[in-house]
Ligand binder design. Sequence first.
Ligand SMILES: [Mn+2]
Length: 208
Amino acid sequence: MGDSVCSDIMKKRRAEFDRQTTETQITGSLTIDGEGKYDIDTGIPFFNHMLELLTKHALFDVTLKATGDLDVDYHHTVEDVGIVLGKALSDALGDRRGLARYGYSLLPMDDALAQVAVDLGGRPYLVYQINNRKRKIRDFELHILEHFFRSFCDQARMNLHIQQPYGEDVHHAYEAVFKGVARALYMACALDPRVKGVPSSKGRVEGA
Ligand SMILES: [Mn+2]
């Protein structure tokens, strides 16, 4: 796969989304080969911060505007943002030709560590093991982030293993998780000129 093919594929690795339900309304775009630029507003400051870190450290570009039934709680908005970003990533990856496919990271954030592994092989599976026991950051219930990552990897059709083995500071613990996912995705989404066709001995990626 020559450089011109690589740059052709890179140009196209972008997807737009517009999802309207009675619970949430989400519009925006995701570019894989970006510069880490973001314009994100979910109405939930802590969640905005985590999505900005994911975008910045994966070197994606993301615009996202979400409005939702926050008067109920944050559940629908957080889960639905996972759905649209996962689907956008899958759409932007296209047939996944020339992809590195696997990525991983060991991400330290002061006292906290995250270990993340990704396989963009087309099969959804989430392993989510968080050691930090804090349940909330301000009024944000942290357990709903598992829903975010499950929706994200189901729609992106990828294996995502997230472990956060230690780290007392809850803010550091989740920063390490989102930055860790970002660095693993950056590695897995890379185009490798030596990969001929799709990165699978089956000759196809599940669902592509
Ligand atoms: Mn922070």
